[in-house]
Design a protein around this ligand. Structure first.
Ligand code: SAM
Length: 286
């Protein structure tokens, strides 16, 4: 059933896109003092070893974080991400790579709270031990989609959180079904927590196959909706992942501008010679 293991893919171009954007999102949200709540529905184990057998077997990180570190293109959001990876390596060793909950814990503040969900028992156990010493992070072995219903709107003790983010990063093992499930979860989440920012990662084989997804995403009850996409191969083969995207709902003001600049350099660095990127509004803010 659950065959996907992120340890084969950690640090690849999709992780780079996702994690650059995640940090930019956290930084934009922490510009205001109110405490944030972050829900990571598909958190993984939180910390990866790029010298593990599984990582070396695919070599995917080489074309992602490996290339980016070697070339260090100059853009604030990229520099920020590379600094976070270096900070992780200082603590956990030079072959380590941070997962999304690690980056959340790194970027957020003492009064912010993070709920990280992971369904695979072994991954969930590792997730729990990674954050055992961080009281801000609660690790749950549970279905991340069910957590959207259970944990939103966020409330811990007497504290209600008006601001924060939900990141949904599913494995897409049952390809088309996962898009449906994710759209449904976003609708549920937005209804429960209308002011939250939501980010959904998705793989891209051929962009034109995604038209129904874009249409459904545009109809979600958000104040604003855009997609940020990075392709590292030509958009012409249905057989492989040519790139990936993030659907961003209720993103903070000007996150689109930050990501535009970063995407341009990511496409050039990771997509050499055939990279491309786009940032398209599906629903412009009023
Ligand atoms: N977000 C992580 C990161 O950026 O470091 C990577 C997550 S990986 C792409 C997807 C994870 O979701 C896998 O670890 C998988 O075991 C887990 N998973 C699959 N179905 C799930 C579900 N329904 N609820 C929670 N986790 C799930």
């Amino acid at each position: 059933e659950m065959n996907y293991r992120h340890t084969f893919h950690a640090g690849n171009h999709a992780d780079v896109l996702k994690h650059v954007a995640l940090l930019a999102l956290c930084d934009a949200l922490t510009a205001k003092p109110a405490p944030l709540f972050a829900l990571d529905t598909h958190a993984g184990r939180g910390l990866y070893a790029l010298d593990s057998n599984s990582a070396l077997r695919t070599g995917e990180a080489e074309g992602g974080i490996g290339r980016l570190l070697a070339e260090s293109p100059k853009h604030l959001a990229i520099t920020r991400y590379l600094a976070a990876v270096r900070a992780c390596r200082q603590v956990h060793g030079s072959a380590s790579y941070p997962g999304s909950p690690w980056l959340l814990a790194h970027a957020l503040r003492p009064d912010d709270r993070i709920a990280a969900c992971e369904l695979h028992p072994e991954e969930a156990q590792l997730l729990g031990s990674t954050f055992a010493a961080d009281a801000r992070v609660s690790a749950h072995e549970r279905d991340g989609y069910a957590a959207i219903k259970a944990l939103l709107p966020p409330r811990i003790g007497d504290t209600r959180f008006n601001r924060g983010l939900v990141i949904i990063d599913p494995p897409y093992e049952a390809q088309l079904e996962e898009f449906d499930t994710a759209i449904h979860a976003l609708r549920e989440g937005l209804t429960r927590w209308p002011q939250g920012t939501f980010a959904l990662w998705y793989p891209i084989k051929m962009r034109r196959a995604l038209q129904p997804f874009y249409r459904r995403a545009a109809a979600l009850p958000a104040k604003s909706t855009f997609v940020a996409e990075l392709l590292v191969h030509p958009d012409d083969s249905p057989l492989r992942m040519n790139g990936s995207g993030l659907l961003l709902l209720n993103a903070p003001w000007r996150l689109d501008e930050t990501l535009r600049g970063a995407l341009q350099l990511l496409a050039r660095t990771l997509g050499d010679p055939s990279g491309s990127w786009r940032l398209d509004w599906l629903k412009e803010p009023a």
